[in-house]
Design a protein around this ligand. Structure first.
Ligand code: SDX
Length: 428
């Protein structure tokens, strides 16, 4: 394809550059369009619009490819671990032995949070959804580390803010759960691995001994890898737009947590399990619910299905589906909703409505089944997604800052009233 595109606006030919990425993706650069023609483009939901160039994650939706800094998700899920993948996403290369040990040791030293975090936690009613607590605690870090408010600090200071957030996220997540069930919080155990430390803070309680099951810790570490980044998804785009105003990393990521909360995005993993439970309670008639999912007059959607980018299998869903079978077998757990999920998947993959629209299971379809088998409560599922996505949000925020990207401020086409004069109350 040529490296320019031409559009005709009112009889005037406008030539625009076409850029090409390292995986031969092409885009028309419209940054000068308005200046040359007075018109803009419009694309609700940005389905056809790129917001940036990025060197972090590559997706090929047609081929079901996902790579972090060039490494396939399949290889990383099998051979790496979450903190190594976090380093890779944030710093762009697999760490040397020394870089890795230093990264892990520094994170381990920062797992404790300020005791005043408890006062914030105590201010939340126990019914508070853990995602609201998590986004509040992350944003509150600007109060404990006011130097983090300035995103233009030295790279060492930005690195320290990164370390603090990665280290404290599991503590915030586990404490938001303990607040919900009215149990005392557990302090981090720095002898444990990242995933094991989280599990211990989540499930240990003073009334009994608790040993982390290595099968559970390994499964959780793999799930965190699978969620670590996904290019310009809704929550990552939120982090970038908030960060583009030079808001702090903590404020930007707190906004990303709130975007992830929505059931069309990261909240889908909770919505999938609630959907499967409803289908089970309704007698397990998957054909009835498939019909509802296809009925335009019915707001019901098959949660965990479909994706803005993947028009083939989400490669993460394949890995998670296999991991679900492995974990349930190893733990000796049988979960009836897994059978319902497999039944729905089988039907959808053979149903013209889903096939024509290329709707396949996404990352959220099976993840809730594993979380449940690991003992994670349903409304903590999206918190798990946020814990996994944290290094991706950090990497994307850092790339946007280092590339000195302009403030994100889209244009619009106005469709409201034309000019009219004010009418006093007595005359209305
Ligand atoms: C994540 O972007 C990312 O990368 C996100 C993510 C990440 O890692 O960050 O991958 C994580 O958010 C995964 C998606 C989790 N959400 C869900 O599982 C919720 C259910 N899925 C949908 O709501 C939907 O598929 C979206 C939101 C995921 C994508 O929506 P799009 O791209 O805007 O597509 P659309 O809503 O325009 O749907 C296209 C057609 C429509 O039918 P028609 O108008 O063509 O007749 O497909 C239909 C939709 O009605 N459709 C569905 C459906 N998803 C789309 N019909 C029934 N059930 C569904 N799940």
């Amino acid at each position: 394809m040529s490296n320019t595109a031409e559009i005709n606006v009112g009889g005037k030919a406008i030539e625009l550059p076409v850029i090409e990425g390292s995986e031969n993706e092409q885009a028309i650069d419209i940054s000068k369009l308005r200046g040359q023609s007075g018109i803009i483009t419009i694309d609700p939901g940005f389905k056809n619009t790129g917001s940036t160039t990025s060197a972090i994650t590559f997706l090929d939706g047609e081929k079901g490819i996902l790579r972090y800094r060039g490494y396939s998700i399949e290889e990383l899920a099998e051979k790496s671990n979450f903190l190594e993948v976090s380093y890779l996403l944030i710093y762009g290369h697999l760490p040397s032995n020394e870089e890795y040990n230093n990264f892990v040791e520094t994170i381990t030293k920062h797992t404790l949070v300020h005791e005043d975090v408890k006062k914030i936690l105590e201010g939340f009613p126990s019914a508070a959804h853990p995602m609201g607590v998590l986004s509040s605690l992350v944003c509150a870090q600007t109060a404990f580390y006011p130097e983090s408010l300035d995103p233009n600090r030295s790279s060492d200071e930005v690195d320290l803010s990164i370390i603090r957030l990665i280290a404290k996220m599991p503590t915030f997540a586990a404490w938001s759960y303990k607040n919900q069930i009215g149990h005392p919080v557990n302090y981090p155990d720095n002898k444990q691995s990242y995933a094991a430390n989280f599990l211990k803070m989540m499930f240990a309680n003073p009334a009994e001994d608790y040993e982390v099951d290595p099968v559970v810790a390994d499964a959780l570490d793999k799930l965190l890898i699978l969620h670590a980044d996904h290019e310009q998804n809704c929550s990552t785009s939120t982090v970038r737009v908030v960060g583009s105003s030079h808001a702090s990393m903590y404020a930007s990521i707190s906004a990303g947590i709130n975007a992830l909360w929505g059931p069309l995005h990261g909240g889908a993993n909770q919505a999938v399990i609630e959907m499967l439970e409803n289908i089970k309670a309704d007698g397990g008639d998957t054909k009835k619910w498939m019909a509802k999912a296809k009925d335009k007059d019915d707001p019901f959607r098959l949660m965990g299905f479909g994706h803005r980018v993947y028009k083939n299998f989400d490669p993460r869903a394949k890995i998670i589906k296999k991991a679900a079978d492995d974990v349930l077998t190893k733990l000796g757990v049988s979960d009836p909703v897994l059978d319902i999920a497999k039944g729905l998947e089988e039907e959808a993959l053979n149903d013209p409505y889903f096939v024509e629209r290329k709707l396949y299971p996404n990352v959220d379809f099976y993840s809730g089944i594993i979380y449940r088998a690991l003992g994670i409560p349903t409304d903590m599922f999206t918190v798990m997604f946020a814990m996994g996505r944290l290094p991706g949000w950090i990497a994307q925020w850092k790339e946007m800052r280092e590339n000195k990207e302009p403030i994100g401020r889209p244009r619009q086409v106005y469709t409201g009233s034309k000019e009219r004069s004010y009418v006093s109350m007595s005359e209305r």
